[in-house]
Design a protein around this ligand. Structure first.
Ligand SMILES: Nc1ncnc2c1ncn2[C@@H]1O[C@H](COP(=O)(O)OP(=O)(O)OP(=O)(O)O)[C@@H](O)[C@H]1O
Length: 631
């Protein structure tokens, strides 16, 4: 199960957690002062009206019902009195409930929306190095489940505040009416509150487990559908069915457990106020008989018991919500407080002509898995700001890479040698731990935010496509004419298949570009980069799924139209390598040699071995293709 679907765990409600919970509540209240005040006013009205209902019943019993019973005559004045008093109290009660519920929901959802926006903004602000140490599942969880968990407490909170008001008034009322009956109240209500707390404690882990299993069922179902082809191809249908059956049965058992526990507790909780009412009636009858109390007083107190029984549970809900709220808030806050954002200067980059990129003595180390931040930890580790030490894997070590203006430079090297890391540094997707990266001799750390993407573009092997028309996938919202889009598609050799699609530029390309082949997706991604007319185009294995002859045509085309463009290409094919003006060979994060293909073949053994392997692979592929043609 991914952390994206994992519900927020609930620690035990210790005093420290309760203190932190009150802090979270205070933070929320401060941000939603006005609407929260409306909710509290609504709740206080509801509380007053609820308690007043008992008084109203006592009042109409004394002034309308008892006289009518004694005289055996029902007067219209008596009926009007009953109607007006009860309707008045009911009206205030309803107004209070509406205000409380609507305002509480608005406050809770406002907070959720506010924190979702803050977290998303922060994700975009944080550098790639931070993202490397935070799995995307965790980020999804932050933006969704954690935020919900943090602010869910605002639903029962106003009601719980109203309950406190209610208990204070009811307690005073009971003491004023009769201290003996009040004593029963002071035993019953704390007892009811304690029973609710125990109930919440027992239920909490069971509900959390059911939530986890629900997420697991969804996860397994999602995996089964996603891997449908693999499951069929490998003949694993029965195993998949068993796997799904397993989690489904676990969920069923867990839900039965929740239902059983609830079934055992609820009658007890419901019985407590009923027993209290019986005790009030027993003691009250004796007090009425001895002339110390009126029947109306007893009715009033007995009714108070019945109407307070349910709202008192809101206090238990709030207490039960606090630990979840604390954990959710802690996890979200650790993202909001994360350091490692990039610093920007005020400099600008030229907009015309091909760019000259130079990386001087750059080193970069990714965070070790053990260093990766654990969101919500008391003291989250910020991998992005950790010093480079022997414990951090050096991906790039003291590399100097010069890409002259208007030239095509190929980066060649075995897998894991640091080519992609270098391309990310060249376009300042992350900052090197040491050394500097410049464009046209301007240090990229000193330029304004947004300058580098205006001038340089990266096309990676893994392309992302939006479930939008071709046009939108190329322009990404920029205001560009269809002619410009077609021109970019032509350069990327994508015009042919796009014009054959129904609707051409308006053709939908499906979820993640599912209506296209891998090579077609890569060509759309390439057009997306070309249409921006970058001064520096970085291709990181961006044409791996494209037919070699088409790849050559694309790169050849880029060279022809590219007098205003510098190209840095991570190359895996002989044909691509041969198109480059200059080749840089990297191994284990270091530049081992550079020069022309001929120079490197003769003097660099590693390069020679690698290109021989590429050539063999190309020859084998060509032989297979020839075989297929003759069949
Ligand atoms: N996000 C990451 N977290 C930790 N280590 C990483 C990460 N990305 C890359 N590395 C490590 O950094 C080193 C260089 O990786 P990089 O992706 O730059 O190599 P590459 O030459 O582009 O490889 P390939 O040709 O397979 O794409 C490798 O040892 C790799 O394991």
């Amino acid at each position: 199960m991914t952390s994206a679907t994992r519900p927020v765990e609930r620690p035990r409600p210790t005093p420290a957690i309760l203190r932190q919970g009150l802090r979270v509540i205070w933070i929320g209240i401060r941000q939603q002062k006005k609407i929260f005040a409306v909710a509290v006013v609504g709740s206080a009205l509801w509380a007053l009206a609820t308690v007043a209902t008992a008084w109203a019943i006592g009042y109409v019993t004394e002034h309308a019902v008892s006289p009518a019973v004694e005289s055996g005559n029902v007067t219209s004045r008596g009926l009007w009195l009953i109607f007006l008093v009860l309707f008045g109290v009911l009206l205030v009660n309803m107004t209070g409930v509406v205000l409380r519920r609507v305002a509480a929901s608005i406050a809770g959802f406002n907070l959720q929306a506010l924190y979702r926006q803050r977290v998303t903004r922060q994700y975009l602000r944080l550098p790639l190095s931070w993202h490397h140490s935070h799995p995307s599942g965790q980020l999804l969880s932050n933006a969704h489940a954690d935020i919900e968990a943090a602010w869910q407490i605002f639903n029962p909170l106003p009601m719980a505040i109203g309950v406190i008001v209610m208990l204070v008034i009811a307690g005073t009322q009971m003491v004023l009416v009769d201290p003996f009956l009040a004593l029963i109240g002071f035993l019953v209500f704390p007892g009811l509150f304690a029973a609710n707390l125990v109930f919440q404690r027992v239920m909490s882990p069971r509900i959390t487990k059911a939530q986890q299993l629900r997420a697991e069922v969804a996860e397994v179902a999602h995996e089964s559908f996603e891997a449908g082809m693999l499951v069929k191809a490998m003949g694993r249908e029965q195993e998949e069915t068993n796997r799904f059956g397993g989690v489904t049965n676990d969920l069923r058992d867990s839900l039965i457990n929740v239902g059983r526990t609830r079934g055992m507790f609820e009658p007890v909780i419901e019985a407590i106020p009923v027993l209290g009412t019986l005790a009030v009636l027993a003691v009250g009858t004796a007090r009425v008989a001895s002339g110390d109390l009126s029947a109306a007083d007893v009715v009033e107190i007995a009714y108070l018991f019945s109407i307070l029984a349910f709202p008192v549970r809101a206090l238990g809900w709030v207490l039960a919500e606090i630990p979840r709220s604390v954990v959710g808030f802690r996890r979200v806050d650790s993202v909001l407080q994360a350091k490692g954002s990039m610093d920007y200067g005020e400099g600008t980059l030229p907009r015309e002509g091909a760019a000259h990129s130079r990386s001087e003595g750059v080193s970069y180390a990714y965070a070790e898995p053990a260093e990766r931040a654990v969101l919500g930890a008391e003291d989250p580790l910020e991998a992005a700001t950790l010093p480079v030490g022997p414990q951090r894997a050096m991906a790039i070590r003291d590399v100097t890479l010069d890409v002259p203006a208007g030239r095509t430079v190929a980066l060649v090297g075995p897998t894991g040698s640091g080519k992609s890391t270098l391309t990310s540094l060249v376009l300042r997707l992350m900052d090197p731990d040491s050394g500097s990266v410049t464009m046209d001799s301007i240090d990229l750390r000193g330029v304004r935010k947004g300058e580098v993407p205006e001038v340089g573009t990266l096309v990676a092997q893994q392309t992302f496509m939006f479930d939008d028309p071709v046009r939108d996938n190329v322009t990404l919202g920029a205001d560009l004419s269809d002619e410009v889009v077609w021109e970019a598609l032509r350069t990327a050799r994508a015009d042919g298949f796009v014009s054959a699609m129904p609707g051409a530029l308006d053709a939908m390309i499906g979820e993640r570009g599912g209506n296209l082949s891998g090579g077609q997706r890569q060509r759309i991604a390439l057009a997306r980069a070309i249409v921006r007319k970058p001064r520096l185009l970085v291709l990181d294995d961006a044409t791996s799924a494209v037919d070699p002859s088409i790849e050559q045509a694309i790169l050849g085309g880029l060279r022809e139209t590219g007098d205003g463009m510098t190209v840095l290409v991570v190359a895996y094919r002989m044909a691509t390598i041969q198109l480059a003006d200059h080749i840089v060979y990297v191994e284990q994060g270091q530049v081992m040699d550079q020069g022309t293909h001929q120079e490197l073949v003769t003097r660099c053994e590693g390069y020679g071995d690698l290109v021989n392997a590429y050539a063999r692979e190309a020859a084998e592929r060509a032989a297979v293709a020839a075989d297929e043609e003759t069949v």
